[in-house]
Ligand binder design. Sequence first.
Ligand code: SAM
Length: 185
Amino acid sequence: GYRARSAYKLKQLDETAGLFGPGNTVVDLGAAPGGWSQVASERVGEQGTVIAVDLQRIEDIDGVETLRGDMTDDDTRERIIERVGEADAVVSDMAPNMTGEYHLDAARSAHLARMAFETALELLGAGGDLAVKIFEGQDVAPLREDMESEFEYVRAVHPDASRDSSSELYLVAKGRLTAPVREGD
Ligand code: SAM
């Protein structure tokens, strides 16, 4: 079984968008407790690599490397780049601690999604894919536009498995257009 029901959302995203292939290198942001990483690890197989990143500690998962850090901190991004080099897919299920105040939660979610996007720009090789969770709100459209300029196309997906929290969606970007751009290049 999987550690989190959210594993089924990633399965569905992968089935609709074809995110992972055997031997791929995948970076999973906001990975605790590890459901998504379990799915990614199955899909990439023994020749593949999965790096699971979270603020919180992640219990060991077969075939998954873990890295503890805050994605709003530049240092975490640098540690990932050092560890991974180039990735085939970046996925982010990061979510803020909910305050219940709709606009604040949406703004925090959008900030985390933006961090995932910027990290993906430094990690993904040409042709690479990105899937990122974001709460509905005014920040979705501008992020989507920025993603559209970096990828072949972007789709908004509402997985059936997340029906219960209808305010979340995933922006799935396929086919990175250029090689990684790194700060200091
Ligand atoms: N996909 C996971 C799974 O299948 O097990 C569930 C992820 S859960 C919905 C969201 C995660 O985002 C939490 O574990 C939380 O600690 C993490 N998170 C929130 N803010 C973060 C940040 N700034 N940096 C890293 N992780 C963060």
